[in-house]
Design a protein around this ligand. Structure first.
Ligand code: GCW
Length: 720
């Protein structure tokens, strides 16, 4: 009696499992080079009316950008549908061209008033039923082509689409040095082979351009903000021009980080005082020289009077004096200045979190109209969690642009999975309190709608290098992808973007997409839990920023020491930024500040950022703060174990090579999460003198062991 039941059970179990396991046999190994542009054959028919027969692809107009669009569609359609389209107008054809290009005006398509807008429409042209991809500009058409291919690849239903970016400048910042080293780079060396440029025409540069254009990125700063003046010399300008030539058809402009002291270092002038006429002339001549070589040069990014970099304050001038001098040189050429607000000073005793606001708010309204002030997402430095920077919303007369960090200096480098899309979204959706509820988020500052900025921008510190998979790991690609999508539309959904990325990069199967999207969406919180729980910040090792070192207290600048940030002692922990402390809270508009003013009502993920509290402080769970801290660390580590399990269960949907690569990283992440927990708790226990609560395991090693660890060869460390 039992046997047939068991057999039936077994058969139905197999029936459930087999389809799930089926894909594995057929999945060819991939190395990640193709990113989200894999164009592998569509495994199931698409039901929608836009499914191309791939009979034809017709281009109206002729330009390098239209050629790039047409090449991409050829490549995509051939890969996805297995056929190379012809070029005659037939039913089912895809037609591309700008809205002004005959015969497209006859179709009366309307587009938003934005030069980069595009539309995809099912239309009848010369009696043929075709899919039209059009835009005001060739660049718009290119974006439409990528959007069309994305829809095919994700298996979405293609209805009429009209879209335009909400932000003008969508820019990558490479922290790449001229010798190939990438500051905070975890994916190999710089992709810019300055030595062999300008002769080198690396096909990788074209693929870089394709990948960036596919997510709407339209600018790239080639060199590190900690810059060398050499990048402004003629030979290096020719090298940058060679890169610009390759990127141009893809609508990507080249920018350079400019060293403020270049007039002294290159020009032999005694000063780089921005009010000195000879200095002004030097920059005007230099700028003219650049435009003669790179006619569509984007402009300069400047880190000045920050972490030892030269700047206008060396001559008693302000940041605005410095930015405006460069802006004047760029103005007639159409260039812009991105002036960074990442400033803090060792001789300023004020809370580091307050210094940029104090310095820049008084300058509001004094910057030239081709200057943007580039502000990091938070007031300290790309920590696993930071409240949004109080400058957002506080400079109504100065376009502020965002600086996100795509490369994960403080979130486990390229090894740990931490989906930055979710982090970016958290910042973008934060209510600044500087306007109507629902219309005054950080995203509304950036898209210009809150203060009527006409110049808008979002920058991201790139995570791209020479690694075959570009970003140091397959999952790092998600952060590059999400950055581009959110720069295009800062109101977009990080979850929807994660799902798209998972489909494009691995599999469209729901049994894969749902768990991977969930994994991505919770991954950054997991990292915050095991590195910097409850609003702690800046607890990592000196210089390399790899691993925990909350005990460091002997560095010359106070704010370089983790103890400056956590202030833990026998009685309690946390940085009091309320009125009784540094009062950094007062830099926020009242509505935003109110959320964080009282520890009882503060979202506990920000608790110790704003409050110094007794170890006995009762948290929302009812547990005392000490226990809550220990259990949050522990929760973080067990969530990494869950991530490993999830990934293991997804083996059938991923080629063996990439599955294994990710699995190996997750194993490292699990080990390092435990290290973070154990080292941090061993230290905080030595300060609090409290026993670990039930559920928080005893650290594997002594505190002295963790304190003795050294990492002289950590990647990306500028001090090594
Ligand atoms: O996050 C810190 C980094 C530095 C970086 C600096 C900055 C480019 O540790 O490596 O320098 O910020 O943003 O200027």
């Amino acid at each position: 009696m039992l046997r047939p039941v068991l057999t039936r059970l077994l058969i139905s179990l197999m029936a459930c499992l087999l389809p799930a396991l089926a894909p594995a046999a057929t999945l060819a190994d991939e190395d990640g080079y193709d990113l989200w542009l894999r164009y592998i054959p569509l495994e199931q028919p698409l039901a929608d009316t836009y499914r191309p027969q791939a009979t034809a692809l017709v281009t109206y107009g002729d330009s390098p950008t239209l050629k790039a669009a047409s090449d991409e569609l050829h490549r995509g359609l051939k890969g996805l549908l297995g056929q190379t389209p012809a070029s005659t107008l037939t039913d089912g054809a895809i037609v591309i061209g700008t809205i002004a290009q005959a015969p497209i005006p006859t179709l009366n398509i309307t587009l938003p008033d934005n030069p980069e807008a595009y539309a995809i429409r099912k239309v009848t042209l010369n009696g043929k039923s075709v899919t039209l991809i059009t835009g005001h500009s060739d660049q718009g058409v290119l974006y439409g082509a990528f959007a069309y291919l994305k829809t095919l690849q994700t298996g979405a239903r293609l209805t009429d689409v009209t879209d335009a970016p909400r932000v003008k400048l969508r820019v990558l910042n490479h922290w790449d040095n001229l010798d190939g080293f990438v500051e905070r780079g975890y994916s190999g060396a710089s992709i810019w082979d300055w030595w062999r440029l300008p002769d080198l025409k690396d096909p990788r540069y074209t693929d870089y351009a394709r990948a960036n254009a596919s997510i709407g990125i339209n600018g790239t700063v080639l060199n590190n903000v900690n810059s060398k003046a050499d990048s402004l010399t003629l030979p290096y300008l020719h090298k940058a021009a060679a890169v610009a030539d390759i990127l141009r058809p893809y609508g990507i402009k080249v920018y350079l980080s400019a060293r403020f002291s270049a007039p002294i270092e290159l020009g032999g002038l005694p000063t780089s005082d921005p009010l000195d006429p000879a200095v002004q002339k030097w920059w005007q001549d230099k700028t003219a020289e650049i435009y003669a070589i790179i006619p569509d040069f984007g402009g300069f990014l400047v880190k000045a009077n920050s972490e030892g970099q030269p700047g206008p304050q060396d001559f008693g001038r302000t940041h605005a004096d410095g930015a405006n001098m460069l802006a004047a040189a760029l103005k007639s050429h159409g260039g812009i200045v991105m002036w960074r607000a990442f400033v803090y000073s060792h001789d300023n005793p004020a809370d580091r979190a307050k210094q940029a606001y104090d310095e820049f708010v008084p300058l509001d309204g004094t910057f030239a109209d081709n200057v943007l002030v580039q502000v990091k997402n938070g007031a300290i430095d790309f920590q696993p969690r930071e409240p949004f920077h109080p400058l957002f919303g506080a400079m109504p007369k100065t376009p502020l642009m965002m600086e996100f960090q795509i490369t994960k200096e403080y979130l486990g480098f390229a090894t740990h999975i931490a989906y930055m899309g979710e982090y970016f979204e958290e910042t973008l959706r934060a209510d600044t309190g500087h306007g109507k509820i629902g219309a005054a988020t950080v995203a509304h500052v950036l898209d210009g709608s809150l203060h009527g900025y006409t110049l808008t921008g979002i920058a991201g510190v790139a995570n791209i290098g020479t690694d075959r998979n570009w970003s140091g790991s397959d999952f790092e690609q998600a952060n590059w992808y999400a950055f581009g999508r959110l720069a295009w539309n800062p109101h977009d959904s990080a979850r929807a973007i994660a799902a798209d990325w998972a489909k494009l990069t691995f599999s469209r199967d729901d049994r894969f997409v749902t768990p991977v999207t969930d994994l991505l969406m919770s991954s950054r919180e997991t990292v915050a839990d095991y590195m910097t729980p409850l609003g702690l910040h800046h607890l990592m090792g000196t210089s390399h920023h790899y691993g925990p070192a909350p005990w460091i207290n002997d560095l010359p600048q106070p704010e370089w020491n983790p103890v400056y940030y956590h202030k833990a002692d026998r009685d309690g922990i946390g940085f009091d930024r309320t009125q009784t402390g540094s009062d950094a809270l007062s830099q926020y508009a009242p509505r935003a500040a109110a959320k964080w003013a009282n520890p009882k009502t503060t979202d506990e993920r920000y608790l110790l950022w704003f409050h110094h509290l007794s170890w006995d402080h009762k948290t929302r769970s009812g547990r005392p703060l000490w226990d809550e801290l220990a259990l949050t660390y522990t929760r973080g580590t067990s969530k990494v174990t869950d991530m490993r399990r999830t990934w293991d269960s997804l083996r059938p949907f991923v080629d063996a090579r990439r599955h294994q690569a990710v699995a190996q990283n997750l194993k490292i992440q699990e080990t390092e999460a435990v290290w973070w927990r154990d080292a941090s708790l061993a230290y905080f226990r030595s300060v609090s003198h409290r026993p670990l609560p039930a559920g928080a395991p005893e650290p594997a090693h002594s505190l002295e062991h963790y304190q003795s660890l050294r990492f002289p060869y950590a990647p990306g460390d500028p001090g090594r």
